[in-house]
Design a protein around this ligand. Structure first.
Ligand code: HSE
Length: 397
């Protein structure tokens, strides 16, 4: 049975504004935005003042509002709103990956306790419906791995560096100007954003919740021309990749790292702000989802799709978490990495178990070798202070 939706909207930025106009005009969704809660009273708005409130309770305490759409930047404020909405029996649509990644366990419990739904397909990979597909189609036992370009901004920057010889600051500025980057772009280029998305995908692919603090993420902000030259000479590209890898029937690992990518991999040709996710399984080998992962319209389309899904009472069932024994996360795996370094003191911090390739030059040096993920996690926070760059080669033991 379809339900008429009375929406309370939090946030009226590009996505929120676009959503208002689409819902006003749209014929497919029986939904009205009753109130919009905004923070900044000084900002000029395109709608008359009676649409707006500055008090969240005007939405949260309104019994006629049966769906809250949360589109604000601040993850802590979003958490407070979403939690209260669920507790008050209102379903929620949100795109706030950071908030969801940090609180997913509790948010699942709140949905159950209060018989409401939280949908967040907009939180991972923009317009690609990857969460709903993982949730509905892919069986826990068959799924082997997920390999994804999950952050549009860093992919945009890497594409500009590789294809157009653009400088890093210029490419980052473009990603910001085009509206792909987070308000703090460190979240994009240092792999936080991809890591939040990966945490969400782990729940919907393997039914496992790994707290963001436990997941290794290292990004692209230290990449240099010598790293690009190394990759190009070998016919490879460097992409920022999130990986979930099932190791056996009980364990899996996950991490976000720059990765050397071969031309025969689907993600090789995923360029600019596009995202791409390769899902690998026992019976179907590989499947590939591709689409725009950042920007107002792709994100808006995912939000709209979640709103439509709520009209039909759709909810995530967290089947893999509920009906299967969730796999256990481990960081006790050996990763083969490329490490570029400038001095031996920095190099000595890396506890390599085996080195297969070594180059020492007048201005730069690199090694390719294996290192334990748990070891990398111990030093990852100090890497930005060193003159190094590392990338996963794709080989894991
Ligand atoms: N900053 C994010 C990105 C936006 O670049 O992918 C979409 O989540």
């Amino acid at each position: 049975m379809n339900s008429k939706l009375n929406i309370g909207l939090f946030g009226f930025g590009t996505v929120g504004g676009g959503l208002f106009h689409v819902l006003e005009k749209g014929k497919t969704v029986d939904a009205t935005i009753k109130k919009i809660c905004i923070r900044n009273p000084q900002k000029e708005r395109s709608l008359s003042p009676e649409h707006f409130t500055f008090n969240p309770d005007d939405i949260l305490d309104d019994p006629e509002i049966n769906l809250v759409v949360e589109l604000i930047d601040d993850a802590e404020a979003a958490y407070a709103i979403v939690k209260k909405a669920l507790q008050k029996g209102k379903s929620v649509v949100s795109g706030n990956k950071r908030m969801i990644a940090y609180h997913l366990d509790e948010l699942i419990r709140l949905q159950e306790e209060h018989h409401v739904a939280l949908l967040y397909d907009a939180s991972a990979c923009g317009s690609i419906p990857v969460i709903r597909n993982l949730e509905e189609y892919y069986d826990n036992d068959l799924l082997k791995s997920i390999t994804g370009i999950l952050n549009g901004s860093s992919n945009y920057i890497l594409t500009r560096l590789f294809n157009d010889d653009m400088s890093y600051p210029e490419a980052l500025k473009q990603a910001q100007d085009l509206g792909f980057a987070e308000s703090d772009p460190t979240f994009d280029v240092d792999g936080f954003d991809a890591m939040f998305k990966l945490v969400i995908l782990a729940m919907h692919s393997l039914g496992a919740y790994v707290h963001p603090e436990k997941v290794l993420h290292y990004g692209i902000s230290q990449i240099s021309v010598s790293d690009i030259r190394y990759a190009k000479e070998k016919g490879l590209k460097i992409k920022l990749i999130g990986q979930i890898i099932k190791l056996d029937k009980d364990q899996f690992t996950l991490f976000v790292l720059p990765r050397l990518v071969r031309p025969d991999e689907y993600i090789f040709n995923v360029e600019y702000e596009y995202n791409g996710v390769v899902i690998e399984g026992e019976c179907y080998d590989k499947q590939f989802m591709f689409g725009k992962g950042a920007g107002a319209y792709p994100t808006g389309s995912a939000v709209l799709s979640d709103i439509t899904a709520r009209m039909h009472n759709y909810r995530y069932e967290y089947k893999k978490n509920r009906y299967f024994k969730p796999l256990e996360y481990t960081d006790d795996v050996l990763l083969e990495i490329y490490l570029r370094y400038e001095n031996l003191v920095d190099f000595s911090l890396f506890d390599f178990e085996n080195i297969s390739e070594k180059y020492t030059g007048p201005s730069t040096n690199y090694v390719v070798g294996t290192i334990r993920l748990s070891q990398l996690k111990k030093i990852v926070k100090i890497l930005p202070k060193l003159n190094v760059f590392l990338a996963f080669t794709g080989k894991l033991e």
